[in-house]
Design a protein around this ligand. Structure first.
Ligand SMILES: Cc1cc2nc3c(=O)[nH]c(=O)nc-3n(C[C@H](O)[C@H](O)[C@H](O)COP(=O)(O)OP(=O)(O)OC[C@H]3O[C@@H](n4cnc5c(N)ncnc54)[C@H](O)[C@@H]3O)c2cc1C
Length: 476
């Protein structure tokens, strides 16, 4: 935006530059669509979740503290053992919270958004692992002091003679492996599928660690009520994961029988996939959301990838637009009509309901224009819209013609910002110049990570409140 000559401002009365029949705008016929429960980020849900998690933590600490006595603490190794028990209990509880965050529980997904839930999962994830390591060390030291034994010998004793401890140690090793492979640098070096498979083992790890908690934990042995609540917590969490991550997707896939209808070119290295199915009007989906798509054909059936809707969902069809960034996204362009598709989702809170104001700025770069277009189509007619499309060249402005046509229909403005990054920067000043009332708007933002960071900083500096900046991250 430092070079205003590179801006093409397209006001309401001007038509799209190119309107080919394949790219003609499709505005979803809204009348047949079932009213959706809004996918809105709701602060009270976050507060309630935090309160419930806090209560659970309090109950867990109470379990640990109640199991100790003046006698047990003053005995040899008593303090280390008590600290070890407490860290073990808190680690196990934190694990439950970390798993619930990514259980894909629809009300949480709708109210908070998967990107935020995954961010919390990542932030919180390392702490149970630190606590787990502390638990192992403290318990071993405490037991060694009590027995007047060497730490290593005592460790062997614990492994071989205490019920469930060997399995729990193997489980702990899996958990630590999952943690290490999630570390940013390690993660970048490995294929997504490798990381995902390692992560899958965390469920096995949790399963392995459970029996030693209730069979040997001082808070549970001889305390049936405690054992009942702890078991219920773990079984409840397992049920939530199985229902939301397996049961619901299988049910929805069988119910809607989604199939590929057509694959159309959508720009350099990008295709749009039109999907049809049964009773799609009953799928609770909104523009801007994404699903995990598993195309059931050779070489693709074993992996599900997230792609956002690139069109406001219609009663009879869905559409995604995919840029070829790797094996899977490239293979999408070779899909044949009729290919069956298993779906998981919809997910995400990047929807028209997230906005607070009736003036909206939507900013897209690259394939980020996919959810931007489907949110745009879902905004109520009275909302004042301005769209900024950013690309290295005009061809990079994916779905441009449809966006321009829809903005024009609504009487809004489209700004096309084209040129290399070094010459054309999106700054607070250029946003203020192009969209003078930007501080009064909600901002929807989608594009590559670096682009989103830059635009987020710019619109914050331009006076947009953080709560009114909505973004969908394509990074995992
Ligand atoms: C919420 C969300 C919405 C998205 N919407 C779109 C969209 O509308 N259009 C589009 O073109 N792209 C979208 N993406 C990105 C798309 O999912 C990846 O480009 C695609 O999965 C890459 O897979 P690949 O095998 O082609 O590439 P790879 O070379 O395997 O991976 C390229 C990048 O994609 C990530 N990735 C790979 N597999 C997955 C997976 N199963 N789940 C999540 N990330 C993965 C990798 O970590 C890597 O950073 C979205 C991503 C997310 C998280």
């Amino acid at each position: 935006m430092t070079n205003p000559s590179l801006w093409i401002d397209r006001p309401a009365d001007e038509g799209p530059r190119v309107a080919t029949p394949e790219l003609r705008p499709r505005v979803a016929p809204r009348a047949r669509r079932r009213p959706l429960r809004p996918a809105r980020r709701r602060p009270w849900v976050v507060d309630t979740l935090a309160a419930v998690a806090g209560l659970g933590l309090g109950a867990t600490l109470a379990l640990g503290i109640a199991a100790e006595s003046a006698g047990s603490l003053s005995a040899a190794g008593g303090l280390a053992t008590a600290a070890g028990r407490l860290t073990g209990l808190v680690a196990a509880y934190a694990m439950v919270v970390v798993v619930v965050l990514v259980a894909r529980f629809p009300p949480l997904e709708r109210a908070i958004g998967q990107d935020r839930l995954v961010r919390w999962h990542r932030k919180l994830g390392p702490y149970p692992l630190f606590l787990l390591a502390a638990h192992g060390i403290l318990i071993t030291v405490g037991y060694a002091q009590a027995a007047g034994d060497g730490v290593l010998h005592q460790f062997g004793q614990l492994l071989w003679t205490y019920p469930g401890v060997l399995a729990a140690t193997v489980g702990g090793a899996f958990l630590i492996l999952a943690g290490v492979t999630s570390y940013k640098r390690a993660r970048r070096r490995m294929a997504y599928e490798t990381w995902w498979t390692v992560h899958l083992y965390t469920y096995l790890a949790l399963f392995l660690s459970f029996s030693h908690q209730v069979d040997t934990g001082a808070s549970f042995v001889g305390h049936p009520a405690n054992t009942f609540w702890w078991t219920a917590l773990w079984i409840g969490t397992l049920a939530l994961v199985v229902i939301c991550r397996v049961g619901l997707p299988v049910w929805r896939s069988l119910r809607h029988q989604v199939r590929v209808v057509a694959v159309e070119p959508a720009g350099p290295g990008a295709v749009s996939v039109i999907l049809g199915g049964r009773r799609l009007d009953r799928l609770p989906v909104a523009g801007g959301q994404f699903l995990q798509w598993r195309f059931l054909r050779r070489g693709m059936w074993w992996q599900a990838h997230p792609y956002s809707l690139s069109e406001t969902p219609d009663a009879g069809r869905l559409r995604i637009t995919v840029k070829d960034l790797g094996d899977h996204s490239r293979a999408v362009s070779r899909l044949r009509p009729g290919t069956r598709v298993a779906i998981e989702g919809p997910y995400g809170a990047f929807t028209a309901d997230a906005r607070e104001r009736d003036r909206v700025l939507l900013v897209a770069a690259g394939v980020g224009s996919a959810p931007i277009l489907s949110v745009l189509g879902d905004l109520p007619e009275h909302v004042d819209v301005t769209v900024v499309l950013r690309g290295h060249s005009p061809q990079d402005l994916l779905l441009r013609d449809e966006i321009v046509a829809e903005v024009r229909r609504r009487g809004g403005h489209t700004h096309e910002v084209v040129g290399p990054r070094e010459r054309v920067r999106l700054t607070a000043e250029s946003f203020r110049r192009a969209v003078p009332d930007i501080a009064e708007r909600d901002v929807y933002l989608c594009g590559p990570e670096g682009f989103m960071d830059g635009v987020r900083a710019a619109v914050l500096n331009a006076g947009v409140a953080p709560a009114r900046i909505h973004f969908e991250s394509f990074a995992t």
